[in-house]
Design a protein around this ligand. Structure first.
Ligand SMILES: Nc1ncnc2c1ncn2[C@@H]1O[C@H](COP(=O)(O)OP(=O)(O)OP(=O)(O)O)[C@@H](O)[C@H]1O
Ligand SMILES: [Mg+2]
Length: 267
């Protein structure tokens, strides 16, 4: 592999409890290359979101990252960023889209003002510059630029999710962390959005850390996949290999629980 964009090493995260601590992520290591889509799969509660939040530095107490853990992104030690650098890092280096992201739009602000907030704060753009960039980004996610004057409630859920993705892309991040980004949407809209993200990825070259319960989508969309079981990464491989020749018993069980995958429809 070329120099990885993201390198996670010995990541161990505990949730600190009053009685005892709970180890949610246990010594997890993986790399993501520039432009690559890396997927994390595994049953509910195995620690996927905990990892996603730690990489975005959005974890909060009681989550505690143990000191042997290292997260390097584009040559920076993510766990060592001071608060000032962190604010810039969150938008410019890594963007996070999660399941309820579409609800993170501010209901009382027009779409153009929400883009402006981000573009002005992080790139010092004027209103006119921001409007131009907003139009460009909305076009990329198939939303007519003149709709930037509208408020969030004037869009469907799928459109709002695409708008959030467009805002995330507006600063040209190196890594996009997507934790069930389309789970709340219907299947057709999910695939459309992922196809769009894939095209944008090819155009801009960002990497994606992708989390979903939809294993079909996962296999289609990812270059490589890591399988998690109770906080541990038990197997990682190319998407096709991990699907066709799973090594770990749990991976086999996971695929077997999705019979449609074995109908030869996808691969
Ligand atoms: N704030 C918290 N305090 C205590 N324990 C937590 C907290 N957040 C998560 N956990 C525990 O950590 C474990 C991992 O949770 P996490 O949300 O990372 O799982 P996940 O793989 O994303 O699951 P899902 O697929 O359901 O989203 C779970 O057992 C969960 O109960
Ligand atoms: Mg989760």
């Amino acid at each position: 592999m070329t120099q990885p964009l993201l390198s996670v090493k010995n990541l161990t995260i505990d949730y600190i409890g009053e009685e005892k601590d709970f180890r949610a992520v246990d010594n997890v290591s993986f790399d993501v290359a520039p432009g690559e889509v890396f997927g994390l799969a595994g049953e509910s509660g195995c620690g996927k979101s905990t990892i996603a939040f730690a990489i975005s530095r959005l974890h909060k107490p009681p989550a505690l990252i143990r000191k042997e853990s290292r997260i390097m992104l584009a040559g920076r030690d993510v766990l060592d960023l001071d608060p000032k650098t962190l604010a810039a890092f969150r938008w410019r280096e890594v963007a996070m889209v999660f399941q309820s992201a579409m609800n993170s739009l501010n209901p009382v602000l027009r779409i153009e003002d929400q883009f402006y907030d981000v573009l002005h704060t992080h790139k010092g753009m004027t209103k006119a510059q921001a409007r131009e960039r907003t139009a460009e980004m909305l076009r990329l996610v198939d939303i007519a630029p003149d709709r930037m004057r509208n408020y969030p409630h004037q869009f469907s859920g799928g459109m709002r999710q695409r708008i959030v993705i467009a805002i995330c892309m507006a600063l040209d991040p190196k890594l996009v962390v997507m934790d069930e980004p389309t789970t709340a949407l219907d299947v057709v809209v999910q695939r459309e959005i992922l196809q769009r993200i894939n095209e944008l990825r090819k155009q801009f070259g960002f990497s994606v850390l992708f989390i979903t319960h939809d294993l079909g989508l996962m296999v289609q969309f990812c270059d490589r996949i890591g399988i998690m079981l109770q906080g541990k990464l038990v197997e990682q491989n190319d998407a096709e290999a991990i699907y066709k020749t799973p090594q770990h018993e749990y991976t086999r069980k996971l695929w077997a629980s999705f019979p449609s995958l074995h109908g030869g429809v996808l691969l």
